[in-house]
Design a protein around this ligand. Structure first.
Ligand SMILES: [Zn+2]
Ligand SMILES: [Zn+2]
Length: 95
């Protein structure tokens, strides 16, 4: 049904239907902003993130967990962005 509508549209506009369907979509950044919404920037070529989030993703090699006194954990991240100790806590859903 939808295909028929699209096809007749294409015929109306005088464009071959293949051109209508095969429209290249610019990839959007897959990062989630602090507000919890999807980043609206365009992703870099062959990448998942925009330049802003790409640099964040590659530079974030420190554990993302916080210690008891509210400071950022200084150990290196190993799994899911956590150090081995915090990853265990993450698995047990303590953080
Ligand atoms: Zn982004
Ligand atoms: Zn940690």
């Amino acid at each position: 049904m939808l295909k028929t509508i699209l096809l007749s549209f294409a015929l109306l506009l005088g464009v071959p239907s293949t051109q209508v369907v095969a429209k290249p979509q610019p990839k959007r950044c897959e990062a989630i902003t602090q507000k919890g919404t999807r980043c609206k920037n365009q992703a870099v070529e062959n990448g998942k993130y925009c330049p802003v989030h790409k640099s964040k993703a590659t530079s974030a090699k420190k554990c993302k967990a916080k210690t008891k006194d509210g400071k950022r954990c200084s150990r290196a991240a190993k799994k899911q962005g956590y150090c081995s100790q915090h990853y265990q806590m993450y698995l047990k859903k303590k953080i």
